[in-house]
Design a protein around this ligand. Structure first.
Ligand SMILES: Cc1ncc(COP(=O)(O)O)c(C=O)c1O
Length: 412
């Protein structure tokens, strides 16, 4: 195989730095990736594979950090997009797809009676906290320390540009520690409007944690007994674990559920689903955006979700994810590494015990994988799509075997 080079990526990055602050910002900033091993720009994707601007091909285990759930350019989604594009995308009012998609989402979600749409996960998570505040007349929002709910001032992980006042009414508890939430509710008696929590802990750079038995039902119960709105942030895990919302897998039914990533196989759309009891508050909290009603992403979402359901996509991702996990754990053992492979099989995250919370070995590992055609980020959970095949796993495991050997060599 020809060694991967990144000349075009590097040239584009140089141009980008002159006209875009930092070149590329946010989670796609290449600074967190292994230097010299990853491309900065992509050209195309097909199924479970992507090609960068230098023509290097990768099996894609990041899936655009979540949105690609059926594989790149899935024919049914692309057909729905083409059909709607011929009619138009952006009008003075929504198209019938607005209603159809809301009806469909409500029909597959046991705890939802209505849906609203926006563009980003941050939009719907922030709006959900406002609905909780308006419905309860209270001001505080409880979230897990270190959790990611978006790039808005109340929750961004980077402090630049954020005032203490922006977070004056945010209080923190620990995921999987019900007592820490009980204490928070006691200390802020009658002041907490909403608890926002993800279905499992997937903080970037840390081992993932599935909810321990009783944690999420315990959160539900505490919310019920204290008049608090429970918001499930399903932006990252939604439609990869359960079609009815990830809460279904873990025995919890929230009052509000936020979705984004996997909802439309890469087309820009987010949604918040809620219960009847919050319909009035939802109607009164102002929410709008230039593109919130755009029809093409809604056509993509209907096609994507129906195909996921018809093709049993969630189960397929779980089975393929299990194979990847078994294979990589066996290789790690054989190479004499202790690794932690955490999270659900379709959204795994791996760390080396000897990295002790730094990311030295996993960076070498991910770099070696990328240079050999397997794209996985070193400090973020990976994503399986319904397009990943047994052949992808076979090829991936050939590459990861070499990658473990490269880590062994470097950290002998
Ligand atoms: C759990 C969770 N919530 C919210 C967000 C924010 O979504 P967006 O980047 O679409 O604004 C993300 C994005 O990664 C996320 O993972």
């Amino acid at each position: 195989m020809k060694p991967y080079t990144f000349d075009k990526s590097e040239a584009l990055m140089e141009r980008a730095r002159k006209v875009v602050p930092g070149g590329i910002y946010g989670h796609q900033n290449p600074i967190v990736l292994t230097k010299g091993a990853f491309p900065s720009f992509f050209e195309r994707g097909e199924g479970s594979h992507v090609w960068d601007v230098d023509g290097n091909e990768y099996i894609d285990y990041m899936c655009s950090y979540g949105p690609i759930v059926l594989g790149h350019r899935h024919p049914k989604v692309e057909e729905a997009v083409r059909r709607q594009s011929q009619l138009g995308n952006c009008f003075n009012a929504p198209t019938p797809l607005w209603v159809e998609l809301a009806e469909y989402l409500v029909s597959i979600t046991p705890c939802a009676d209505w849906a609203v749409f926006a563009k980003n996960g941050s939009d719907v998570c922030t709006w959900a906290t406002e609905v909780a505040r308006h419905a309860t007349g209270r001001k505080k929002i409880a979230m897990c320390a270190g959790a990611y709910h978006g790039a808005h001032a109340w929750c961004t992980p980077a402090p630049a540009g954020v005032m203490p006042e922006d977070r004056a009414n945010i209080v923190y508890f620990r995921f999987n520690d019900l007592q820490s939430l009980r204490n928070l509710v006691d200390e802020n008696h009658g002041e907490i409007a909403g608890v926002i929590v993800s279905p499992f802990r997937h903080d970037a750079g840390f081992d993932s944690e599935l909810p321990v038995e009783g944690f999420l039902p315990g959160v539900r119960d505490l919310c019920d007994r204290n008049g608090i709105v429970l918001i499930l942030d399903d932006v990252r895990a939604g439609f990869r674990l359960h079609m009815g919302g990830s809460g279904e897998l873990f025995g919890v039914r929230p009052d509000l559920t936020t979705y984004c990533k996997a909802i439309a196989n890469g087309y820009p759309l987010s949604a918040c689903l809620g219960r009847d009891s919050l319909r009035k508050a939802a109607q009164e909290v102002f929410f709008t955006g230039s593109y919130f009603t755009s029809a093409v992403p809604m056509a993509a979402a209907l096609a994507c979700l129906k195909e996921l359901q018809a093709g049993n996509g969630i189960e397929r991702m779980r089975v393929i994810g299990e194979k990847l996990r078994e294979g990589m754990l066996a290789q790690a053992r054989a190479a004499g590494f202790e690794v932690t492979y955490s999270g659900p099989p379709s959204m795994p995250y791996m760390t080396f015990k000897d990295d002790h919370g730094r990311h030295d070995r996993i960076k070498v590992f991910a770099g070696e994988c990328a240079r050999n055609g397997v794209y996985l980020a070193p400090r973020h959970n990976w994503f399986i799509s319904a397009a990943h095949s047994e052949e992808d796993i076979r090829r991936t495991l050939e590459v990861t075997e070499q990658a473990f050997a490269a880590v062994r060599k470097q950290f002998a």
